[in-house]
Design a protein around this ligand. Structure first.
Ligand SMILES: [Zn+2]
Length: 260
């Protein structure tokens, strides 16, 4: 039990989610060691932008979904190529599309926490900041049966103090990115694809948005282009050397009632 930290979320729902601790060795029960690999963090001890790796592997990440029509198209593209990605979902959109959220998880992808309302977190007090994360983690846990184990701040905005707070209080590392095609500027599909393919490197965390049609339309060329360059696709957890999110080795345990 040493590798499990119980945290009661401050959200309105009275669920407890046991988040995996990020320190300590695998326990006798075989639970995994979630320590952040050395040399990974930048911009603070709990921030990940890329992961040094000898293998040619990258993590595709998609923010701001689920989107009712674009996310299913993307999932089809990923499934056709047997590629797993990581989706940083917005909590209130999970509430709109629970079935789609379940499909993301069921097809082997990882789900991360991208807040409930997508605010600029640097403008929030600590209570509001944690509530944004807690509402989202609680709902994702209710919908797919396990909570996110990393978070990504909207616009990449999060102060070093806030990152430390979130890690200390919720054991969520802050995951940013090392490759940004700036797809939100709407440069068009071919530019998005060429930027991602040309800028990628081993251990890259690649940022994209599956609420932008041109980005999703860029994915066949992007995924095939990266594959042609020899890259394998992994989730953020796998890039960190952790087991795949949702696997039994993750050792999630859930409690349905808050004590007291
Ligand atoms: Zn976002």
């Amino acid at each position: 039990m040493k590798t499990i930290t119980r945290r009661q979320f401050a959200g309105g729902m009275s669920a407890i989610v046991a988040a995996p601790a990020l320190t300590g060795r695998a326990s006798a029960q075989g639970r995994f060691d979630f320590t952040i690999p050395q040399g990974v963090t930048q911009g603070g001890s709990t921030t990940i932008t890329r992961v040094p790796t000898a293998q040619p592997r990258v993590a595709m990440t998609f923010d701001d979904g689920p989107h009712h029509s674009l996310t299913p198209q993307l999932l089809d593209m990923l499934r056709a190529r047997n590629i797993r990605a990581t989706f940083y979902l917005i909590g209130h959109r999970v509430a709109m599309y629970p079935e789609l959220t379940r499909r993301i998880a069921a097809e082997g992808h990882e789900i991360g926490n991208h807040t409930w309302t997508h605010p600029r977190l640097t403008g929030l007090g600590d209570t509001s900041l944690l509530r944004e994360l807690d509402r989202t983690s609680t709902l994702i846990n209710e919908v797919v049966g396990r909570p996110p184990i990393t978070m990504r701040p909207p616009y990449g905005l999060l102060s070093p103090r806030q990152r430390g707070l979130i890690y200390a209080e919720r054991r969520l590392p802050t995951v940013l990115w090392s490759v940004d095609p700036e797809d939100w500027r709407r440069p068009g599909s071919s530019v998005v694809a060429s930027r991602i393919v040309s800028r990628s490197h081993s251990g890259a965390v690649i940022l994209a948005h599956d609420i932008i049609g041109a980005t999703v339309r860029a994915m066949p060329a992007t995924l095939d282009g990266l594959g042609a360059r020899g890259y394998d696709f992994v989730t953020v957890s796998e890039l960190m050397g952790w087991p795949r999110w949702g696997s039994r080795a993750m050792g999630f345990t859930l409690a349905s009632r808050a004590p007291g």
